[in-house]
Every structure is written in structure tokens, then in C-alpha cells.
Design a protein around this ligand. Structure first.
Ligand SMILES: NC(=O)c1ccc[n+]([C@@H]2O[C@H](COP(=O)([O-])OP(=O)(O)OC[C@H]3O[C@@H](n4cnc5c(N)ncnc54)[C@H](OP(=O)(O)O)[C@@H]3O)[C@@H](O)[C@H]2O)c1
Length: 229
């Protein structure tokens, strides 16, 4: 997969200019096998106090027809690399008695998602994994937070709909800045999971009160409605 190195360099320059900090930018394809170890080796002995596993993308379509290469890349980025990076930074954090990990999950984590099956399942993994290790790490000074945003205005929506059809999601879209700030504050407080927005919090509870089949059918209808030609 192509990583946007130019955009990364621009962001690095902006951060250095606006905040007078030194930024090391590594343009790495997180879908490659063993890339997590490669990153840790590259930064040598730099102490990692905060890890944010944010990278990700979506793919719309029926599982029988979607592109395996893209799905395999998604599983690596969302699950393998994020999990491996978490494992690699934990040892140092536990020894120092402090550290914060923010894992990007989604509102998609709370129920299955027909027509985006792997995306929803991978976000479910990220929520479950984060909550489980947050519990294991109690008392160590290391916290793990899963951030579960609803639809957010970023390049994500275009990527999901690539080569399929227009995305009609227009309601309830938060700004990236709002979501990032909410996630950052939740991480600082050491919350196990965080859902930005009152309506999204409500949506996340619905699957608890209806059958799993009903929740799955509702998501399928929403997916079709949002992307009808
Ligand atoms: N937007 C939403 O509605 C929404 C809702 C819930 C959760 N999320 C989650 O939020 C996270 C951020 O997404 P976003 O909404 O900010 O979308 P975005 O604007 O498309 O940003 C995605 C980021 O992931 C990076 N990325 C993707 N594949 C990569 C790879 N193989 N190697 C390295 N970097 C890779 C992209 O890098 P390049 O710039 O190099 O492409 C980009 O920086 C994702 O995990 C997504 O699932 C988004």
C-alpha cells in the first residue's frame, strides 16, 4: 500500500513550527508483516510514553466479492500491527510504571456489520482486546483506551466507497478535531473505552436491548441506505 510520505513530511514541518518540538516521521506501510518490529528497531532506544494506534481504512462490499489483498492489508493494519506494537512498547512502560496506549476502534465495534464485515469485526477485536489488557494492566501505571467514534469527517468515507458508489452519510458527522481531542482527554484520564457524542453513546447501547440478528439486519439496512446508487 502507498503511504502518503509527502503529507507526513508536511505534518512534521507544521508540528515543529507550531509547537517547537522535534518530530521524527517514519513513512511505513503498516500492512507489511513484522513492520511493528521494524519501527521499534528504527527508533532505536527512544522511550515510548504514549502509543496511538490510529491508522486504518474501510472497505464496502459483500465479503464473497471484495478484494482479498485489501482485506488482508486491513487485517494487518487494524489487528496484527496494532497488537504487535502494543506488545513491543508494554515491557518498557510496565518497567517505568507509566504509559498510555490509545487504540482506534469505532462505533462499528458494538455489532456485526454486513457489507463491511471485516472492518466491523476488526474494530470489535480492537475494543475487546483493549478492554481485556486494560484490565490485566490495572495497578501497573499503564492504561489502555479504546476510542469508538461514530461517523467523522475525514478522508475515510471516500476510501470506503472507492470503486463502489457514493457515500450518503451526512448525519451526525463529528469533526476530526473534536474526536481527536475527546480521545486524547479519555486517554489522559485512563478510560478503558470512550465514545464521543451523546447520540453515539445511545447507539452503542441499542444492541444490548435487541437480538443479535436484529442488530445485524439494521446495520445492513443502514449500509445500503448510506451507499445507494
Ligand atoms: N472517519 C470515520 O468515520 C471513522 C469512524 C470510526 C473510526 N474511524 C477510524 O479512525 C482511524 C483514522 O481514520 P480517519 O477517519 O482519520 O481516516 P483517514 O483520513 O483516511 O486516515 C487514515 C490514516 O490511516 C493511515 N493508513 C491507512 N493504511 C495505512 C497503512 N497501510 N500504513 C500506514 N498508514 C496507513 C493513512 O495514511 P496515509 O495518509 O498515508 O494514507 C491515514 O493517515 C481509522 O482506524 C478508522 O477506522 C474512523
Amino acid at each position: 500500500m502507498d503511504v502518503d510520505a509527502e503529507n507526513l513530511a508536511k505534518t512534521k514541518a507544521e508540528l515543529e513550527k507550531n509547537f517547537s518540538v522535534e518530530v521524527i516521521a517514519l513513512a511505513k506501510d503498516l500492512s507489511l508483516p513484522n513492520i511493528a518490529q521494524d519501527i521499534i528497531d528504527d527508533i532505536d532506544n527512544t522511550q515510548i510514553d504514549v502509543l496511538i494506534n490510529n491508522a486504518g481504512f474501510g472497505l464496502f462490499g459483500s465479503f464473497a466479492e471484495t478484494d482479498w489483498e485489501r482485506e488482508s492489508a486491513m487485517l494487518h493494519v487494524h489487528i496484527i500491527t496494532a497488537t504487535h506494537l502494543t506488545k513491543l512498547v508494554l515491557d518498557g512502560m510496565i518497567k517505568r510504571g507509566s504509559g498510555q496506549i490509545l487504540n482506534m476502534s469505532s462505533l462499528a465495534a458494538f455489532q456485526p456489520g454486513p457489507l463491511m464485515s471485516i472492518y466491523y469485526a476488526s474494530k470489535g477485536y480492537m475494543l475487546s482486546f483493549s478492554e481485556a489488557i486494560a484490565n490485566e494492566l490495572k495497578g501497573t501505571g499503564v492504561t489502555v483506551t479504546a476510542l469508538c467514534p461514530g461517523p467523522t469527517k475525514t478522508a475515510f468515507q471516500e476510501t470506503v466507497s472507492e470503486n463502489t458508489c457514493d457515500n450518503k452519510i451526512k448525519f451526525n458527522m463529528a469533526s476530526a478535531k473534536e474526536v481527536a481531542l475527546y480521545g486524547y482527554k479519555a486517554m489522559l484520564k485512563g478510560k478503558t473505552y470512550a465514545i464521543p457524542g451523546g447520540f453515539n453513546k445511545f447507539l452503542a447501547t441499542i444492541p444490548r436491548f435487541i437480538t443479535r440478528n436484529a442488530a445485524t439486519s439494521i446495520v445492513r439496512k443502514i449500509q445500503l441506505k448510506n451507499r445507494e446508487n
